[in-house]
Ligand binder design. Sequence first.
Ligand code: ARG
Length: 588
Amino acid sequence: NDQEIVGSLKHQLAKLFEESLRLTVPEESDVDPAIAPCQNPRFGDYQCNNAMGLWSKVKGKGTQFRGPQPIGQAIMNNLPASEMIDSCSIAGPGFVNVVLSRHWIAKSIRKMLVDGIETWAPKLPVKRAVVDFSSPNIAKEMHVGHLRSTIIGDTLARMLEYSNVEVLRRNHVGDWGTQFGMLIEYLFEKFPSGEVANDQAIGDLEAFYKASKQRFDSDPDFKERAQRAVVSLQAGDEKYRKAWSQICEISRKGYEKVYERLGVHLEEKGESFYNPYIPGALELLSQQGLIEESEGARVIFIEGKNIPLIVVKRDGGYNYASTDLAALWYRLNEEKAEWIIYVTDVGQREHFEMFFTAAKRAGWLPAEDDKYPKASHVGFGLVLGEDGKRFRTRSTETVKLVDLLDEAKSKCKAALIERGKDKEWTEEELDKTAEAVGYGAVKYADLKNNRTTNYTFSFDQMLNDKGNTAVYLLYAHARICSIIRRSGKDIEELKKTGTLDLVHPDERTLGLHLLQFAEIVEEACTNLFPNLLCEYLYNLSEDFTRFYTNCQVVGSAEETSRLLLCEATAVVMRKCFHLLGITPVYKI
Ligand code: ARG
């Protein structure tokens, strides 16, 4: 990729102010420009908020300035000349308001249309990251919580990838717990040869798990055999390893169906993978005096926490925390990842806080949260049903994810047929559109909320074509594409030869919003909040609607310019869809 990344509008503006700040108060040369969108758009587009802070630093130190306001004035006067800026003004105690030049906005959009939206990618201070997401537990069901993790994790990975970060997408499946003893023993009981003929032989793995659990709880003999089976498995006994891998394989086939539907790619490196690294990792922590003996277990005490982090259980076995410590060590030292991101429900926050703290004390991670390498826990809330309780369906206790996606698709298909699309389109077009819209709706409904809150799963809401939904947004995009098609103009040709001018206020507003894409992705990505991107996308389609309502496109004197603005909107919308894992639709 030899295209130059231009950096966000905000960064470009910050560069100008950086120079001005250095000229204005040379003695405070390490102050970073504080640039933000204007609180009140009547005063401008962006503002620089440094004057007050600078005043409190320099007052009483023989400064020539008599208050924050004159500092603001000087910051404004010292701004280097730039084609970016149309005009500036001072408000209140030294805020510098900036009105951007509409010619510069137009020029930047034109440049993006020619050079590609990759040039708007954020620049992040990391080269390689691990995103640990989805991560269901073998043999236990993959539930809606794992669906959330899959959707949120995929988006974060996509945003990082767009930012030119190499992402190791990791499925940290639970494939090494003590439950395997009971599962293996039960398998031997059902299939004395130790061979499972085929997947169907086991049938529903979830039911198999339940049956073996029941056996485990009710028969002390079985329980004892199951406990011995864990030991044999962990010691590497071939017969047990084979049974284990058969169970894993069946489970894997089940959740791969979900990934395929969702178009999510990730690489399985389950708990078992890190097992051999546990002794070494614990040895390192031990050498640093972090591990202590407590009630027969080996633990790490964490300041401010009532209970310690158990790293070796009383029976000598390892647990979730020991595995996570080893995995962190591996990711930092073997995979050389600079940012490790874990996507799970908020219920696991404490676990992550505790082992991150242990890693900081061991010096694996810097103590400061804004330094790299960094570990981040991306917690999300519960999925609720429309009754406000934990989401379940009538037929099964937990929702079967594939059924859920099927239902979304078939509802969309029915809606398309109701609109007569089956008469216009081929069966394949109908199917593809229903999939894009249905799966997109499930993803978007999840992503648009602040992830830390619980969210209510409702087909009616997510498939509504009027609210803030993927359906509405996908249709909006398709409509823009059809405006361009209907014009009969060759848009590729226009990109090369046409000019863009943002004369009407609604054109300017839309143009500025387009240009803000880069800073929004950067914010969503660095703070790990995909909902910011959804909000941006929704507002973009609103700005477009306002523009389209008030400005005639096809057949107007400004047709070329306005078609380019339509195209730029479609390009940015498509990039948003791509980052959210949603397949765009081109006609409707
Ligand atoms: N398997 C776990 C669960 O279902 C999630 C694993 C998350 N990743 C990790 N490294 N702990 O809750």
